[in-house]
Write a protein that binds this ligand. Structure first.
Ligand code: G1P
Length: 183
């Protein structure tokens, strides 16, 4: 930790994930950065790179925003941002469509965004112009769709396992899994 600095900012109004990310702009400046949503716990097999490290490797190759994605059952797509895109490698999609929390019948696929993002700093200007979307909140998914239209955003099917710790079932599942694995 000697080479790390910790700073924090507060989102004073609950205006959504996109707005929360925008509050970090003064700390980040003009650099690519990562967003990790703590309620998505991602674990990889022993010896494998963690999900963010996998994504940093991809960023070095593609130099554009990247979102982690995972296939979920169609009846669960309404809980997530959902993408559609052209498969450019068996685990990478160039995104052409992104919808935040779609109804099952409106979902472009069952590829759900998981809480790991690498974002290029032009996202801040896009976020400033993004109007409230689903739930009246400023959605990072909507801002990323604008970025995808103007350039490139990738969806990456990461290696590893993810637990939805924002739900009671997922939190208990993660707890039991970690208990067995680490104790
Ligand atoms: C957020 C994002 C959503 C994403 C999800 C991943 O939603 O808005 O696009 O799929 O995180 O966990 P939230 O869970 O905050 O409602």
């Amino acid at each position: 930790m000697d080479n790390s600095t910790f700073s924090y900012t507060r989102q004073i109004e609950m205006k959504g994930l996109g707005h929360a990310i925008l509050t970090g702009e003064t700390l980040i400046g003009d650099e690519p950065f990562a967003v990790l949503l703590a309620d998505d716990l991602c674990l990889v097999d022993d010896g494998g790179d963690n999900v963010l490290k996998q994504m940093v490797g991809l960023y070095k190759q593609f130099r554009c925003s990247i979102v982690a994605v995972e296939e979920v059952p169609m009846e669960e797509v309404h809980k997530y941002g959902v993408i559609k895109g052209e498969m450019i490698r068996d685990d990478i999609f160039q995104i052409s469509e992104m919808v935040e929390k779609p109804a099952t019948e409106d979902a472009p696929s069952n590829l759900a965004i998981i809480g790991r993002y690498i974002l290029t700093p032009d996202i801040f200007d896009i976020l400033r112009k993004t109007t409230p979307g689903v739930g009246g909140e400023i959605q990072i998914t909507d801002a990323l769709m604008q970025q995808a239209k103007a350039g490139c955003v990738l969806g990456y099917k990461f290696k590893g396992r993810r637990f939805d710790c924002g739900s009671i079932d997922g939190f208990i599942e993660a707890t039991n899994y970690c208990y067995k694995k680490f104790y």
